[in-house]
Unconditional design. Structure first.
Lengths: 516, 521
């Protein structure tokens, strides 16, 4: 069973599914949706079967496969997962079928939510689902790649389906948002390409991650290469001041795609920092830490403050994500075991909590045709389930104890505090601001007198409930019992720290017995 | 090395030159077919010409290609032929094979009958009665086939030339038919004729530069043979001024042909005005051939002087990439945009030349093959999108094409993404090959400029995709006319672009083997 090429199959399956869905004859929209849901569900099931065989005490990369791909460049089709990659893949494969379920009728309605006065052109429904499946294949690939070149290929190729998802199915300003997204990402990606090439030239002429670690790079070269990778990841993650594409993309993208963009794609940035920046360039990472931490703290506060001021719910959630990504980066670069475990866990939790928020905002958008805060009021009375789901997702966003993000945010702050007290203290302000933006947004949209436009709202349909309830259940479950995920994450975090040669500062107080 | 008898230096008795016919057969076949084509024009009746010319041209190119493969396969080719005038070596055979395949694909477009890309009678004034008469008589121009074969023959010879005089002859043989072919467009004939005149005048200028450079170099080295120039320069003999001035002038002639800034002015006008199949031929085959000649001159003739020419080449590469990418943004005509894109790609290719290494050579060879197919495919798509006035060249007319004919628009988008260098396309593999060679050769800043230019270039490629997919179709928009020959060309371009992106290893190996011994001297 262990020789089974799990990861290759998991990448190939949605890719073939995408091809199949795209080749369906026109007019078979229902079949396209069912096929997409079926494929993504199958992928999810297979991933769980694979994950069950993951040995937390075993070798670092499991289910590893390595084949020569382009020997002339030293490129391999090398995939394998460690704990962090595994949980991120699990998160992705859980989110995709739910997103497909949630956007079931959005696809027919594309054009229904465009601004008044604009024609609502008929758009290909099957293409939408084919793109989502193609994106799923690349998401699994990007987390599973253990070859830098392969990672880069997925990293860049991923942009194309997202670009079409935003540009063809988004709001009135979709093409502006799509182009901005693509250019930002391409710019970062191309800088990374220079670093990848230089790594090849200065390194041992191979791209296998295993061979690239512990390189004796010249410190100056290492710093430049670090920057090449880091800027690409910081654009992806998005960190202030490279974040401006996200609010625009979020404002225009369809809600379902947005879940995948913010929930999964942007994690590639923080995942890349952990896997590539820290492990390939430990010295340079330490050199850059003060600056990175500063920008992380700025992101936390800046994102939160701007979230308060947003009038569009999708943009609001996007800005909260910028704040949350600040926490993740903070945890990664604090270089303590709690900080990094917290950051890795945060990546997962944020995917679910923000995913739920975006889906619910998407439901609101479908009902009202607008995601502006002032378009709503008193939704709670007419659609209590919808409001309730919004509240739970929102509270998880502000890290209420008992909901998943609390655990990770707490770990990040503790881990940061043990080394960088000031940063941790300022970052903690972000939690206060989070309470403001979430609760104020809830109050303005869900409470108060029911406005005329909202009065006819239907509550969540069974399909919508089926899409969002599992996510909320996971958020609650991980809030109370994060241990299984932490058990999977911790060994790989320990490995990363050993590469960076960082040990936790001795006088720690929190989390007794978590460390050997 | 053959005996050092210089054809030019030989005084008095001229020995009969020894010609290795077998080694030179690919060129001889193509030239032979061209001459046969002229005879067909003279002797065959009008209804027969097209039916004879097309199979003849196909057969000629195919035979030449097969012979090239046999040459490369039978023994390691690494020697000079025709008394040292031509080199037969790995890179040359790779380039010649590439040119022949690309010419075959272009021929599919040129031979396309349903589209009628070419004017019925070139001598008739645009809009005159004579033109209408010949049009209504259903005359088709078949001289294009021998003309094309002469051009392709010149292209085969250009990178193989081992001395500057042969190279000049090849340059003229390839250029003159192209000047003529440019002026034969059926639609927008004034634009086409303007393009032809411009190309001819500027081309003549650049030929003069080339010849002047060759003369100065002869004055310096006492020989036009590249290896002799290299040897003399290596000894540091004689007047440095003559040498450097010669290199500079020669470079102008070569850089003009491949459209490097600041010698790029002809490219947009000519690409726009020429009949699109001819544009495809120029954008692929001529570029490959010109780069082949440039590589040979710089890697053989000026190899010992690389510290002198590299800084200049850096400068040219940088401004070529930047100007090509930046100016392309403002273009609204699809063919002009592709022309500027071709300029930018010439810049990317120059980074491989600057590397002056084996990897640089093999990377450039690979890039040329990859880019040639992509660009032919792109121009083939351009010929398919038509409205009442012929090809719908203006970008705004392409609005909503993605909705009207998703397959063609999707294919075109894929070509554009390949040119932008997105992974899993041949464009990315090619860029990676030349950029990694350049970094290896210590040209990292050049590569940084290269990727920044790629990011700028991506903007205008993406803009076309936006127009095609994200904007609403016009009511009287162009329609897509699919005919078998053009569709085959598109399919070939697409296949190669995908395969070289996903499984590039065999072709990388081939380019690597071809470059393993570098050029023969």
């Amino acid at each position: 069973m262990n020789d089974f090429p799990w990861l290759s199959v998991l990448i190939a399956l949605p890719a073939l599914g995408a091809l199949g869905v795209a080749l369906l004859p026109r007019g078979r929209d229902a079949l396209a949706k069912q096929a997409a849901l079926g494929v993504s569900a199958l992928v999810a099931v297979l991933t769980f079967v694979m994950a069950a065989g993951f040995d937390t005490g075993g070798s670092r990369f499991q289910f590893a496969e390595t084949y020569d791909w382009i020997p002339a460049f030293g490129v391999h089709w090398a995939v394998g997962v460690d704990g962090v990659a595994l949980v991120l893949i699990l998160m992705s494969v859980i989110l995709v079928p739910l997103v497909i379920l949630a956007s079931w009728t959005d696809a027919d309605r594309f054009g229904g939510v465009v601004a008044e006065g604009e024609s609502a052109p008929a758009k290909s429904v099957k293409t939408y689902f084919a793109l989502v499946l193609a994106l799923e294949a690349m998401m699994i690939g990007v987390f599973a790649a253990t070859d830098v070149f392969l990672f880069y290929v997925f990293f860049e190729a991923m942009l194309i389906p997202v670009y079409f998802l935003i540009g063809a199915y988004g709001g009135p300003q979709r093409s502006y948002a799509a182009v901005k997204f693509l250019l930002y990402s391409l710019f970062g990606g191309l800088l990374m390409l220079v670093a990848v090439i230089a790594l090849y030239v200065y390194g041992p002429n191979t791209f296998l991650l295993a061979d690239l670690q512990g390189l004796n790079l010249d410190p100056t070269v290492a710093k430049w290469l670090f920057l090449g990778f880091f800027i690409a990841f910081a654009i992806k993650a998005p960190m202030v001041p490279l974040h401006t594409w996200l609010p625009d993309a979020a404002g225009q993208a369809p809600a379902g795609a947005l879940v995948l963009i913010v929930g999964v794609l942007d994690k590639v940035g923080t995942y890349g920092m952990m896997r590539f920046c820290l492990e390939l360039f430990p010295g340079a990472s330490k050199w850059a830490t003060p600056v990175v931490l500063t920008f992380a703290v700025i992101s936390i506060i800046y994102g939160a403050v701007l979230a308060i001021g947003q009038v569009d719910l999708k943009r609001l959630v996007a800005y909260t994500s910028i704040s949350h990504f600040g926490f993740i980066v903070l945890g990664i670069f604090a270089m303590t075991s709690q900080g990094q475990s917290g950051a890795a866990l945060y990546m997962v939790n944020h995917g679910f909590s923000t995913g739920a928020l975006f889906l619910i905002v998407g439901f609101l958008l479908v009902r009202r045709g607008s995601a502006r805060v002032d378009a709503f009021g008193g939704v709670q009375k007419v659609a209590p389930l919808l409001a309730g789901a919004f509240l739970i997702a929102g509270l998880s966003g502000l890290s209420l104890p008992g909901l998943a993000p609390f655990v990770s945010e707490f770990l990040v702050l503790v881990g940061t505090f043990s080394r960088y007290q000031v940063a941790a203290v300022i970052a903690a302000l972000g939690i206060v601001l989070a309470a403001v933006y979430i609760l104020w947004a809830y109050q303005r949209t869900m409470n108060g007198p029911t406005t005329e436009a909202v009065a006819g709202f239907k509550d969540l349909s069974r399909r919508e409930l089926a899409a969002v309830a599992p996510i909320l259940a996971i958020v609650v479950a991980l809030g109370f019992f994060p241990k299984p995920v932490l058990d999977v994450i911790n060994p790989s975090v320990k490995h990363t720290l050993s590469v960076v040669q960082q040990t936790d500062p001795t006088p720690t107080v929190a989390e007794k017995g978590a460390r050997p | 090395m053959s005996a050092g008898v210089h054809i030019i230096a030989a005084p008095g008795d001229i020995p009969a030159p020894h010609i290795e016919y077998g080694q030179l057969a690919p060129m001889l076949i193509v030239f032979g077919v061209a001459v046969l084509g002229v005879l067909v024009e003279a002797l065959a009746g009008r209804p027969w010409r097209y039916r004879i010319q097309v199979p003849l041209a196909f057969a000629g190119l195919l035979a030449a290609f097969v012979w090239t493969i046999v040459l490369a396969w039978r023994h390691e080719p690494f020697h000079v032929a025709a008394m040292g005038a031509l080199g037969v070596d790995g890179p040359t055979l790779f380039l010649q094979g590439t040119i022949l395949v690309l010419a075959l694909v272009s021929l599919l477009l040129i031979a396309e009958r349903s589209a009628a890309h070419f004017t019925a009678q070139a001598s008739a004034l645009p809009g005159s009665e004579a033109e209408q008469q010949s049009m209504s008589a259903g005359i088709t121009q078949t001289e294009i086939f021998p003309l094309m074969m002469f051009a392709v023959g010149g292209m085969l010879m250009f990178p193989a030339s081992n001395d500057l005089l042969t190279m000049f002859v090849a340059l003229e043989v390839l250029s003159l038919p192209l000047y003529l072919l440019c002026g034969l467009a059926r639609r927008r004939r004034l634009l086409s004729q303007e393009a032809a005149v411009k190309y001819f005048l500027l081309g003549a200028f650049s030929s003069a530069f080339f010849l002047y450079g060759a003369a100065l170099l002869y004055g310096y080295a006492g020989s036009v043979r590249l290896s002799d120039i290299s040897a003399q320069a290596g000894q540091g003999a004689g007047g440095e001024t003559l040498l450097l001035a010669g290199i500079a002038l020669l470079s102008v002639g070569l850089l003009f042909k491949l459209g490097a800034v600041p010698f790029h002015m002809w490219k947009p006008d000519v690409y726009q005005g020429a009949p699109t199949p001819i544009t495809a031929l120029m954008a692929s085959c001529t570029l490959v051939s010109a780069f082949g000649a440039l590589l040979r001159v710089y890697y053989v003739g000026f190899e010992t002087l690389r510290w002198d020419w590299r800084p200049a080449m850096w400068g040219v590469a940088i401004i070529t990439m930047v100007v090509g990418a930046v100016v392309a943004i403002t273009q609204t005509d699809i063919k002009r945009m592709l022309a500027y894109s071709s300029i930018a790609h010439a810049g990317f290719l120059l980074t491989g030349v600057v590397a002056t290494s084996r990897q640089g050579l093999s990377g450039t060879l690979f890039y040329l093959a990859a880019y040639g197919f992509t660009t032919i495919g792109a121009f083939a798509v351009v010929t398919m999108v038509r409205d009442a006035g012929g090809e719908a060249a203006h970008l705004s007319r392409w609005a909503g094409l993605g909705r009207r004919s998703p397959v063609i628009a999707g294919v075109f988008a894929f070509f554009l993404l390949a040119m932008a260098g997105i992974p899993l396309t041949s464009g990315f593999t090619g860029k990676f090959a030349v950029f990694s060679a350049a970094v290896d050769g210590g040209a990292t800043p050049l590569v940084v400029v290269g990727v920044l230019a790629s990011a700028i270039a991506a903007f205008f490629y993406v803009r076309v995709i936006v127009v095609m997919f994200f904007s609403d179709p016009e009511a009287d928009g162009p329609s897509v006319v699919v005919s078998p020959a053009t569709a085959t060309a598109v399919a070939l371009g697409l296949t190669v672009t995908v395969v070289l992106g996903v499984l590039p290893q065999p072709v990388l190996d081939l380019a690597g083997t071809a470059a393993s011994q570098m050029f023969v001297r």
